[in-house]
Ligand binder design. Structure first.
Ligand SMILES: CC(=O)[C@@H](O)[C@H](O)COP(=O)(O)O
Ligand SMILES: NCC(=O)COP(=O)(O)O
Length: 237
């Protein structure tokens, strides 16, 4: 079974545009769960342009499905995750000025750093996932860190889906097979959408979780949040 974790960053972006509490990210998280989402993902960034560190503390009190905190493991992020103890932390190598995540880790170059982080979070009982490109060497490098899972960075798949979906998915199938051989759990995310999700799900062996934000929240403008979550869940059947 592949779980759907809804990334609610974009709800916070909308809220922050006016400075009040509309929409209320805590209420939206609870509604996502009520509408069938099997997890809630947040990706706090140092400038707090969408999800704020305070939101993460409040969400922890109410989220009853899997809570997944993604982000660049700088000092403040490590402190936050250590305090909140979500079910899963996803380590993402974001540049400080990145508009959004745009690459996976070089797990060979950063092996020691990642290994220390994995040990730290696992000791607290937090499942660790490492964000990687669909590249055999990076998947193998991730295994060396002791991580529980990897999250495949799916933007290249999404970007090339329309022109040639077989070619677009090929490196992801290969990376998923390597992860399976190595006994690594497999998540995926970035730019997954109603257009490209079903094909990804049908072709990727052992896909445990997808985290989806941008496209899902955009679709909710047209279909409503409840219908949209149902539509995404149908793609994962
Ligand atoms: C790791 C990943 O692919 C997503 O979490 C994405 O980076 C969301 O972050 P933004 O909402 O800031 O784009
Ligand atoms: N890990 C990916 C994620 O949480 C959402 O990415 P996107 O759907 O906003 O591109």
């Amino acid at each position: 079974m592949t779980r759907l974790s809804v990334n609610i960053n974009k709800i916070a972006t909308l809220r922050n545009a006016r400075g009040g509490n509309n929409p209320d990210v805590v209420k939206v998280a609870l509604d996502c769960e009520r509408f069938g989402a099997q997890g809630i993902t947040v990706h706090p960034r140092p400038d707090e342009r969408h999800i704020r560190y305070q939101d993460v503390l409040q969400l922890k009190e109410v989220v009853t499905t899997e809570f997944n905190i993604e982000g660049n493991p700088d000092e403040r992020f490590i402190e936050l995750v250590t305090r909140v103890r979500p079910e899963q932390v996803t380590l993402v190598p974001d540049a400080v000025d990145a508009i959004t995540s745009n690459a996976g880790w070089d797990t060979v170059k950063h092996r020691m750093h990642l290994t220390n982080l994995v040990n730290h979070f696992q000791r607290l009982g937090i499942r660790v996932s490492i964000f990687v490109d669909a590249d055999d060497a990076m998947v193998r490098g991730a295994k060396e860190t002791g991580t529980d899972r990897i999250e495949l960075y799916t933007e290249p798949y999404a970007a090339h889906y329309a022109e040639n979906r077989e070619a677009a998915i090929a490196p992801f199938v290969q990376a998923a097979k390597v992860a399976q051989e190595l006994g690594l759990g497999l998540n995926a995310g970035h730019d997954l959408s109603l257009e490209n999700l079903r094909y990804f799900h049908q072709n990727i062996p052992g896909l445990l979780e997808v985290s989806i934000g941008h496209a899902l929240i955009c679709d909710a403008l047209y279909f409503g949040l409840e219908n949209t979550i149902q539509l995404y869940l149908k793609e994962l059947e």
